[in-house]
Design a protein around this ligand. Structure first.
Ligand code: XIL
Length: 348
């Protein structure tokens, strides 16, 4: 699928060859968040996934709101279909996500005690991870644990789990997932680590504090997921992001890019200009990470502008459709896809 590296990109990437740790060899797996129905009903979508991806993750399906319509029900329809597709085509599937503040069904608001919260979280993880043991090799165990604007007194984001169990819910979720599938790679996933702002710096600091503490407790944490929903109205803090990733790497943890897309709301309207800007922002982000380590995988949150969550929160003022992803709405590659392919193939 790959065109030969363009000379300009090749010369641009050369410096990367000399970076610190390149654990693992060969191309970095690329993947995308998928939607279940088009995976089966839309041949062009299917072809795009199969042409470009080695990994998929459900945009939905394994979230509590999808899996647990009721306290006594587990609905595995979507993840079973996603995994069947992946296995039928030799793709890996990541699990997203076991403990999150978002996409929680209303009934969980009735959880009234620490004991009840513990039992619900533990039984949920055992049931879900147990079902896919040995078939889903990598899990976002905790998603977005850091508060939006973390402070020393409140570094952890409010959630049902935090409210009833404190920050210990994170270690509990990790240990429970490791017990359910000892071979699975366990990830903590979060966002806004690339921003050159006080908030960006605070998020990087408190996230590092959290994982350092988990490591010190011997919690089974293997890697960090950097979501990468990049706000294009601020520059990428390259040195801040590189230093952040270097610290994670120095702890012996892996790094994944898990949900890359570029929020193009503030970018100029004309598509060629906007697509070039989106590609350049993705390049700045990936190269800042690549300067510190070889990520284990790079996933975008969707593959085509036809299916993206971005308009939910970041509709453009000019009414033009958002273009945050590597393929346009007709599944044609944009400069962003070349940037991703060049990056994933830049580690020898
Ligand atoms: C988003 C989905 O893309 C939307 O379809 C859904 O309505 C809300 O959640 N961070 C995450 C993802 O970890 O799970 C979120 O996905 C986007 C932000």
């Amino acid at each position: 699928m790959l065109g030969a590296l363009s000379t300009s990109t090749a010369s641009l990437l050369a410096p990367m060859a000399a970076r610190a740790n390149t654990r693992g060899k060969g191309p970095i797996p690329y993947g995308a968040a998928v939607r279940t129905d088009p995976l089966y009903d839309d041949p062009a979508y299917q072809k795009a996934i199969l042409d470009y991806c080695q990994v998929i993750v459900g945009e939905g399906g394994l979230k509590w709101i999808d899996l647990r319509p009721d306290r006594h029900i587990f609905d595995f329809t979507q993840p079973d279909r996603q995994l069947a597709f992946a296995e039928a085509h030799g793709l890996e599937m990541r699990g997203h996500t076991l403990a999150w503040h978002g996409a929680m069904p209303d009934w969980t608001e009735t959880i009234a005690s620490a004991e009840e919260a513990r039992n619900e979280l533990v039984s949920h993880i055992h049931t879900v991870v147990g079902r896919y043991k040995g078939r889903i090799p990598s899990w976002d165990v905790c998603n977005e644990p850091i508060a939006e604007r973390p402070t020393r007194n409140a570094p952890i984001r409010d959630s049902i789990w935090q409210r009833h169990l404190g920050r210990d819910y994170i270690e509990l979720a990790l240990r429970t997932t490791a017990a359910a599938d000892p071979a699975a790679r366990l990830v903590i996933n979060d966002y806004n680590f690339e921003q050159p702002t006080d908030e960006g710096r605070a998020r990087r600091k408190f996230f590092l504090d959290l994982i350092r503490d988990l490591k010190a407790r011997g919690a089974p944490l293997h890697a960090v997921g950097i979501q990468g929903h990049i706000q294009s109205d601020t520059a990428i803090d390259r040195s801040g992001l590189t230093a952040f990733v270097a610290e994670i790497d120095a702890m012996g943890l892996g790094v994944l890019v898990t949900e890359l897309d570029v929020i193009d709301k503030p970018l100029p309207g004309p598509e060629p200009e906007r697509d070039a800007a989106v590609a350049n922002i993705a390049k700045q982000f990936l190269s800042a990470i690549g300067a510190a380590c070889r990520p284990e995988a790079v996933l975008t949150w969707g593959i085509s502008d036809r299916f993206t969550w971005v308009p939910i929160w970041f509709t453009r003022d000019d009414g033009l459709p958002n273009r945050p992803l590597p393929l346009d709405a007709d599944y044609q590659p944009k400069p962003m896809m070349q940037v991703i392919q060049d990056f994933t193939h830049s580690f020898g």
